[in-house]
Write a new protein. Structure first.
Length: 123
């Protein structure tokens, strides 16, 4: 949460002269757990009147094992973090009518997904 506090401080400084500065709130939610979407929805309901202007999906949970050493739980965690959880967050927002007409979803990928990882075959 240190990074969130730093971001909140930076945003506060940037908008110090505005009457209605943006609000930054951190949510401690594990993207590999099934309750992640509900925790985020609860935080939005508490801190932002249940409305979403911008959803930024920046989850990245790679498998850090060599081929031949991958365990089933590693694959489960990767799929949960990178596919299921973002989909369920959007699903919960839609069910609760949290998106506005002007709301946006931004999905961020990572170059590390394509980058060489030391120790993997062929690298």
């Amino acid at each position: 949460m240190i990074l969130i506090d730093s971001l909140a401080h930076t945003v506060s400084n940037l908008y110090s002269g505005h009457t209605s500065p943006p609000k930054v709130v951190g949510v401690a939610a594990n993207i590999t757990q099934t309750d992640c979407a509900q925790k985020i929805v609860q935080a939005l309901e508490k801190n932002f009147d249940g409305h979403v202007d911008i959803l930024v999906n920046n989850a990245a949970h790679p498998i850090r094992a060599k081929i031949g050493e991958i365990e089933p739980q590693m694959v489960t965690d990767v799929m949960m973090a990178n596919v299921q959880t973002p989909a369920m967050i959007v699903n919960e927002f839609v069910k609760k009518k949290m998106f506005r007409t002007s709301s946006r979803i931004v999905n961020i990928g990572s170059d590390s997904a394509r980058a060489s990882i030391p120790g993997l075959p062929g690298r």
